[in-house]
Design a binder for this molecule. Sequence first.
Ligand code: NAI
Length: 246
Amino acid sequence: MELQGRLALITGGAQGIGLTIAEELSGEGAHVILADVNLEGAQKAADSIKEKGGTAGAVRLDVSNAKEVQEVFNSISKEHKALDILVNNAGITRDGLMVRMKESDWDLVLSINLKGSFLCSQQAVKQMMKQKKGAIVNIASIVGLMGNFGQANYSASKAGLIGLTKTTARESAARGITVNAVAPGFIDTEMTRVLEESVREKLIEQIPLARLGLPEDIARCVAFLVSDRASYITGQVINVNGGMLM
Ligand code: NAI
């Protein structure tokens, strides 16, 4: 139980990779708070974690809304002793070829995937600086490193998140806070289930380990990065992609 007594906030924790990260951290003893625009989903997810013997809470949060972010972090600092772990996982796609991409789709993806992570990190770092410890993990993406057809907005948001990771790591390292990014390849979740079967098959052909990733593949990496075993790792981007990008 490496994370016994730690408090972890996971954005977008109602389903998919976020929920699996919450389950993994809970399994290591952390108290997890699932923050999601989908409050009902987050509550169900928290209940399922409690049924398995963990401790969990749910809160409604739109990460792109600065006021909501501040309120959620304020209430966490009032209700709990200290936030130890933040996982910026909330993310969306609005795909379309760059030349035809609507400005509104660009803005929405950037505001949730990138600005949302900035807003949450800003609040978390303020709290973590006081206690002189903490760990932040940003869920980036392989396409932030490679680019991808139809994902100008999404790949830019994830590339930006990598820059945010490194700057936040530099600015907060002296206070004992580590900040890293995990860049998943293609993972089997709702986000990729919208892809046509032929597209999925083409993707798998490009993956040396010959399968899509599982949310658990990402969650185990996050659990390591937020543990004391990774206390000398900061400002890094860990690729978890079955070898698709080497
Ligand atoms: P998902 O679509 O299954 O879950 C995303 C969660 O984020 C949902 O619970 C949703 O309600 C929540 N969310 C959406 N907008 C929000 C907002 N404004 N504020 C708070 N919560 C919000 O997605 P999945 O696949 O679990 O992805 C999780 C993260 O992993 C995302 O950042 C995604 O970009 C990233 N990722 C996913 C990959 C994949 O292949 N599934 C590959 C690489 C990265």
